[in-house]
Unconditional design. Sequence first.
Length: 93
Amino acid sequence: MNMRRKPTPVSVRAGQVEFVKVNTDAWRWRDVYRWLLGLRWPQFAAFVAAVYITLNLLFATLYSLEPNSIAGTGLHWFLDCFFFSVQTLATIG
């Protein structure tokens, strides 16, 4: 049984000419920029904060995989790895 939905055409206007795209999905990775532009400021700030924290948690996890990767880590070694990641990413650029 085929449960696939039939794609709907997307209409794009450029001046007086109308282009209709067929067999295209509504969401593509190239639409991320347009999606970001459509967010309200609080939503955009929350999105940026979530990406920043997620990225730092990822790097903290990678740092914590090697026990001696950061010198001077104490009892709260994962927090030390997290703050090391925050400090490292803050100095890049």
